[in-house]
Design a protein around this ligand. Structure first.
Ligand code: GSH
Length: 217
């Protein structure tokens, strides 16, 4: 069984980063294909792989799964021996709640601070909406770590799907030099030290596509 993950630019595609870091971290074998964004044929190319016309999508034989969270759930089903979601039910419920909250929310932060893996660290002033998102993020991180994460450095102790969903947010907090608590910073450092993170980042840095709207100072 070959899994093929179709993703967009590693430098910019936050939605692609989530399933990719999850699958790579857990050592799940997959092939990948990259469709660069903002090209003349981007939409047509993306439509060839997913009816949503977006990346990421996962292809397993005849099965096509699109949307980051659906891909993560599909992979969790495919590899039940791997603790992709935390094992204890209460922790798993919280992890899924946080993943869903990330998937549907934090628009102020996402709009102001686009993921940009190779951006040099430089502060950007936050809008009130982005500030409110950062406050909620820090509250959610602290609460998960306090209640479920004491045994490790991640939200639920060991790295899980919840951390994968927040990986792009960690990049944003870092490269836009957002002021965060020491506890959030420690969590960010643990995320950025992951071999899978380092690998994605190195490959993002090697890309030559530049998308102006995501690069504005
Ligand atoms: N809700 C979707 C969002 C997917 C999405 O918006 N992907 C972007 C790339 S990060 C995309 O494919 N945009 C289309 C384009 O750039 O033409 C998910 O979670 O996967």
């Amino acid at each position: 069984m070959i899994l093929t993950l179709v993703i967009a630019n590693k430098n910019y595609s936050s939605w692609s980063f989530r399933p990719w870091i999850l699958m790579r971290h857990f050592g799940l074998p997959f092939e990948e294909a990259v469709i660069p964004m903002a090209q003349e044929n981007t939409h047509a190319e993306m439509l060839r792989f997913s009816p949503s016309g977006k990346c990421p999508s996962l292809h397993v034989g005849e099965i096509v799964v699109w949307d980051s969270l659906a891909i993560i759930e599909y992979v969790a089903e495919l590899y039940p021996q791997t603790a992709i979601w935390p094992r204890p039910r209460a922790a798993r419920a919280r992890a899924r709640s946080l993943a869903a909250e990330m998937h549907s929310g934090f628009g102020g932060l996402r709009q102001l601070l686009p993921m940009n893996m190779r951006r040099a660290v430089a502060r950007r002033e936050l809008t009130p909406e982005a500030s409110a998102d950062v406050a909620r993020l820090e509250q959610a991180f602290a609460q998960a770590r306090r209640e479920f994460g004491q045994a490790g450095a991640f939200l639920f102790g060991d790295f899980s799907a919840a951390d994968a969903m927040f990986a792009p947010v960690v990049n944003r907090l870092h490269v836009y030099d957002v002021a965060v608590t020491a506890a959030t910073r420690a969590y960010m450092e643990a995320m950025m030290a992951l071999p899978a993170w380092q690998e994605w980042r190195a490959q993002a840095e090697a890309e030559t596509w530049i998308i102006g709207k995501y690069e504005a100072a």
